[in-house]
Write a protein that binds this ligand. Structure first.
Ligand SMILES: Cc1cc2nc3c(=O)[nH]c(=O)nc-3n(C[C@H](O)[C@H](O)[C@H](O)COP(=O)(O)OP(=O)(O)OC[C@H]3O[C@@H](n4cnc5c(N)ncnc54)[C@H](O)[C@@H]3O)c2cc1C
Length: 462
């Protein structure tokens, strides 16, 4: 663990006056903010701040800018690409005390929350009103972190990612200015779209303190289905055909044979075989979901899918999706003592089968063990490579596999990350993906953060 440098004395006094004991230099607190969930080399921040209001965030940002001390916004710390690893002089700004649900409008289907509210807190609050927020990255992330990483999940194929579901933001800029972006109107042609500028900005342009979100009504009927195939290509081609005929799939998840074995062994899904599998969910009226399931069963069968199982009972659905959400733990149980290096890529769906097949061949050539699961309606898939934390050669092999996957996706017209983000680890691939457009990103960064104090070393080289 890299040791931190001390907070300049005058700044420490100013932040203590502002926040009292919510400004902490305690080793344990700093340790908790030294890394996310990935293979980061942890670095202790010099201190951690726990603001409770936008005004406190503005005051601390102004003070840090005055001392040219870097700031790293911190939500739940569930990001995977060294997003929250601070520079040794940096101050981590933990938003989790900003967890008020300010307003929910059932009539307008929108809500206004502080950035530290977590996805599960919001879900609990909304569900009793018959409404929900559809973006679910799996982890109990904060809404601010989900905006900052451009998160998405299993229902994105139907409801969109954060980009489609954020109506507006309150943001504190590097110099302490507070701005409000977007609004509650469902459309606007008034000026530059600053809301989307901050989505996936990973704390490099400002600190998001409040978020306005679009909500949905819980559908009258929800059902699930599972179908198994001989090849990944058959799974992908079934979903492509469903999308082409505008079948409104609410979830369409590819689970490959390796992940399916883990589910059978560790999640009790022993009624299935270790084969490429499609997990589906349908939302709508009772009649609508039945029609969708029937149409999808016919499509799957035409691509060699066997024994299409339509699941209508809530407990059976819960069992299936609980297994899918526990994919990480099921795979970890396959190789006790190993750790997972998780990566994602996204390609146009017409190239998805080819990209996954090349990736599987790459894993076999290198002798690495990884399942492949994917939100295939979006062309997005994940590898969770099992790696011994004390085996430098295996770590190096995993890292070069991750690099090849990013390059493969870019070469197929895709992206080095569909939803996990860039952090410190994928900066080179962003350069490859966008070329000269990265200079324009740099100009934006320079305009908003000329001293490079906002989460330096992430997204792009400055
Ligand atoms: C097992 C596992 C599975 C995952 N699966 C998915 C998945 O399916 N889809 C997906 O999208 N992600 C997934 N993730 C990644 C992660 O959960 C998301 O990136 C999540 O959105 C991060 O939110 P957080 O609150 O944890 O943010 P953090 O990790 O705390 O921060 C992430 C980044 O956002 C910045 N940030 C945080 N809060 C703010 C703020 N208020 N203002 C400005 N910047 C801020 C940070 O500086 C950092 O750069 C997974 C992670 C794990 C561990």
């Amino acid at each position: 663990m890299t040791e931190a440098q001390e907070v300049p004395a005058a700044l420490a006094v100013e932040l203590t006056e502002l926040l009292g004991n919510r400004f902490s230099q305690a080793a344990a607190v700093r340790g908790h903010h030294s890394a996310g969930e990935g293979w980061d080399n942890p670095v202790l921040p010099a201190a951690v701040c726990f603001p409770e209001t936008t005004e406190e965030v503005a005051a601390l940002a102004e003070a840090c800018a005055g001392a040219a001390v870097p700031i790293v916004p911190f939500g739940a710390g569930s990001s995977l690409e060294a997003h929250v690893v601070p520079p040794p002089t940096g101050i981590s700004v933990d938003l989790t005390r900003m967890n008020a649900i300010i307003d929910v409008s059932e009539g307008d289907l929108d809500c206004h929350v502080q950035a530290g509210v977590t996805r599960e807190q919001l879900e609990t609050h909304l569900n009793k009103r018959g409404i929900f927020f559809p973006v679910d990255p799996g982890a109990d992330a904060t809404l601010g972190g989900m905006v900052a990483t451009g998160a998405s999940g299993t229902t994105t194929v139907r409801y969109g990612a954060m980009r489609e579901n954020v109506l507006g933001l309150t943001v504190v800029l590097a110099d302490g200015r507070i701005i409000r972006t977007g609004g509650r109107a469902r459309k606007s042609s008034a000026g530059y779209d600053l809301t989307r500028l901050f989505i996936a900005s990973e704390g490099t342009l400002g600190i998001i303190t409040e978020v306005r979100l679009r909500l949905r009504g819980i559908p009258e009927a929800i059902s699930a289905a599972v179908c198994q195939f001989d090849t990944v290509a058959d799974v992908v081609n079934s979903v492509i055909e469903a999308i082409q005929i505008e079948l409104p799939l609410a979830r369409s998840e590819l689970v490959d044979a390796v992940q399916m074995s883990a589910f059978i062994e560790h999640e009790g899904l022993d009624e299935f075989e270790p084969k490429p599998t499609l997990m589906l969910e349908f939302h709508g009226s009772e009649e609508g979901v039945r029609e969708q399931a029937e149409a999808m069963a016919a499509i799957c069968s035409s691509h060699g899918g066997a024994d299409f199982r339509w699941v209508t009972k809530q407990e059976d659905r819960t069992r299936l999706w609980r297994a899918r959400h526990r994919a990480y733990y099921a795979v970890m149980a396959m190789a006790p003592g190993k750790k997972a290096m998780i990566t994602d890529a996204c390609v146009p769906i017409s190239r998805l089968a080819e990209c996954i097949e090349e990736t599987r061949a790459d894993l076999e050539r290198t002798g690495l063990l990884s399942p492949i699961v994917g939100h295939i309606g979006d062309g997005n898939f994940h590898c969770q490579i099992l790696c011994a934390p004390d085996d430098d050669a295996e770590i190096a092999a995993c890292r070069s596999f991750v690099g090849r996957l990013a390059e493969r996706a870019i070469a197929m017209g895709g992206t080095c990350t569909g939803e996990h983000g860039v952090g410190a680890n994928k900066i080179d691939y962003v350069e490859q993906e966008y070329g000269p457009a990265v200079d324009v990103m740099r100009s934006i960064k320079r305009a908003l953060d000329p001293q490079n104090v906002m989460n330096p070393g992430k997204v792009l080289r400055f």
